[in-house]
Design a protein around this ligand. Structure first.
Ligand code: FES
Length: 165
């Protein structure tokens, strides 16, 4: 892949009640923003285990974000405060592992904030684009193999969100 054609691969974990709806709103409002993010719906930002993030990087993501309800507005009372604490610890750890802090972002977006979410994703994509590929998954061949690995994560999480009939 030449530098000029690098398109960052981003994985986003979005809470069901606010941020995922903000992404929906951005879509239905036809906002134009970077199409680089694969969105994964989770029930709450507090559900995002650090291993989800590490796995995303290890399978080829160049950047990851976690998006949730604003502090004080979590539908599970204070789980987004837990997400915030985890985010800070994980970002610190990732930096020591060579993953620049610009590659990991925590975003607060209410269901009405499609524009703000889109803008935050654009900023993340531009920051990662400036850094270049992460190159953590050296065992993966960039291209189809990397795409398939990332799609697999999205599929796994989508299955976890399914509610049995
Ligand atoms: S429900 Fe949205 S962050 Fe908890």
């Amino acid at each position: 892949m030449s530098e000029g054609t690098f398109e960052p691969k981003i994985i986003g974990f979005l809470c069901n009640w606010c941020s995922y709806r903000a992404a929906d709103l951005a879509g239905t409002s036809r906002l134009i923003y970077a199409p680089n993010a694969r969105m994964i719906r989770v029930m709450c930002s507090g559900r995002v285990d650090p291993t989800f993030v590490l796995k995303a990087y290890s399978l080829g993501a160049d950047g990851v974000f976690v998006a949730g309800c604003h502090p004080g507005e979590c539908h599970y009372v204070e789980q987004n405060y837990k997400a915030m604490r985890r985010f800070l610890m994980l970002r610190y750890t990732l930096e020591r592992l060579g993953v620049e802090s610009e590659r990991f972002r925590l975003i607060w977006a209410s269901a009405a904030e499609g524009r703000q979410l889109a803008q935050a994703i654009d900023e993340l994509v531009e920051g990662v684009r400036a850094l270049g590929p992460l190159a953590w998954p050296r065992h993966l061949v960039a291209g189809a193999e990397q795409e398939a690995a990332l799609d697999k994560i999205v599929h796994e999480h989508a299955e976890a969100m399914e509610i049995p009939a």
